[in-house]
Design a protein around this ligand. Structure first.
Ligand code: PLP
Length: 386
């Protein structure tokens, strides 16, 4: 689509055409597993829905436009998309991942791919230079999230990709952009090779679908990933594609509201005696506040904080909220709250990257912010204090 359009316009129209056969303005849910061939091998572009489906194509076109890529591939979940990317590697190859990452990503690296011969190395280092120092001759892929889940650390994607370019053998840089979304930052434009999304989150936006995506610019990578997508078959159904596509159309306005609510909540939490450490990229207390301002359009809708009184108090707090629902996942219109060490990141508990048990993660929704703050205030008052 024409480059002159702003993100908000592209979110609605990017890669989209009214349905060619009926003029339907919204891409229909093509609920068909197979497509008629006029003669053997002669068809209208679709033969079998694992390989391709028009509703999926519409979603993939939209994702490619929004991430400023040349291809996008939709998957049945964020983890299926991660799996497809890791299948680009072969035994003996090394993945270097920043150790502050989604528990499921740690689990697939450590318990699926490492036993199959991939070398998995985790680094605590967040700066571009220190990540580069950890690269070895075997490193073929660098895996980062920014902001990270759940500690909300940032990686300077442009500096990292510039530093990688100086290496003799440049590993692929893969950025999980689930927390930021392409509205806040576009990793490909900053030099990344692949962008991963759990479309379950902000892109879908309504907590009603599981999905994933990979976006990139390199045609060869695109073909190899499309081969994996078709050969392995972890594809989303047409209804799921429709739901993500519908969610994307309101992404920009939702993200603005998520971010303004999260910022107000960060300001409310910062002076609280129960908050030992606040983690929100859009708040001046964040150690990478400057980077957040240059790399991201706004601070986003996710924040976390460490409860001063530890894990029992953290659990009591998340059970005391009434408007914030105690649940895993994030990025929907409704506010969610959780304790990562006991919920989303339980698979890291065995490892050196275990999350602080007193850490509470908030996915701030688009409700009226005063109602959200009132809910947190009553939870501080009613939850156990030790
Ligand atoms: N990446 C991040 C940052 C996530 O938070 C998640 C899920 O929570 C995933 C990837 C995996 O996505 P899915 O649950 O859609 O498989």
């Amino acid at each position: 689509m024409d480059d002159k359009f702003a993100f908000e316009t592209l979110a609605v129209h990017g890669g989209q055409e009214p349905d060619p056969s009926t003029g339907a303005v919204m891409t229909p849910i093509y609920q068909s597993s197979t497509f008629k061939q006029d003669r053997v091998g002669v068809h209208k572009g679709y033969e079998y829905a694992r390989t391709g489906n028009p509703t999926r194509t519409a979603l993939e076109r939209s994702l490619a436009v929004l991430e400023d890529g040349t291809f996008a591939l939709a998957f049945a979940s964020g983890m299926a998309a991660t799996d497809a990317i890791l299948r680009l590697l072969v035994p003996g190859d090394e993945v270097l991942a920043v150790d502050d990452l989604y528990g499921g990503t740690y689990r697939i690296l450590k318990h699926i791919f490492e036993p199959m011969g991939l070398k998995v190395r985790l680094t605590q280092d967040l700066t571009a230079d220190s990540i580069i120092d950890s690269v070895t001759g075997a490193t073929r892929m660098i895996w980062v999230e920014s902001p990270t889940n759940p500690r909300m650390n940032l990686i300077d994607i442009a500096s990292l990709s510039r530093a990688l370019a100086k290496l003799e053998q440049r590993p692929l840089l893969c950025v999980d952009n689930t927390f930021a979304t392409p509205y806040l930052q576009q990793p490909l434009a900053l030099g990344a090779d692949l962008v991963l999304h759990s479309t379950t989150k902000y892109l879908g936006g309504h907590s009603d679908v599981i999905g994933g995506a990979v976006i990139g610019r390199d045609a060869d990578l695109g073909q190899r990933l499309a081969f994996v997508q078709n050969a392995v078959g972890a594809v989303p159904g047409p209804m799921d594609c429709f739901l993500v596509l519908r969610g994307i159309k309101t992404l920009a306005i939702r993200m603005d509201r998520h971010a303004s609510n999260a910022k107000a909540i960060a300001e409310y939490l910062a002076p609280k005696s129960q908050v030992a450490e606040l983690r929100y990229p859009g708040h001046a207390t964040h150690p990478q506040f400057g980077l957040a301002q240059s790399q991201m359009r706004n601070g986003g809708g996710m924040l976390s904080f460490i409860h001063e009184l530890g894990d029992t108090a953290a659990r009591s707090f998340v059970e005391a909220t009434k408007l914030f629902t105690l649940a895993e996942s994030l990025g929907g219109v409704e506010s969610l709250i959780e304790v990562p060490a006991a919920m989303t990141h339980v698979s890291t508990s065995e490892s050196s990257i275990a999350v602080d048990p007193g850490l509470i993660r908030l996915s701030v929704g688009i409700e009226a912010v005063d109602d959200l703050i009132e809910d947190l205030e009553q939870a501080f008052k009613t939850s156990v204090s030790r």
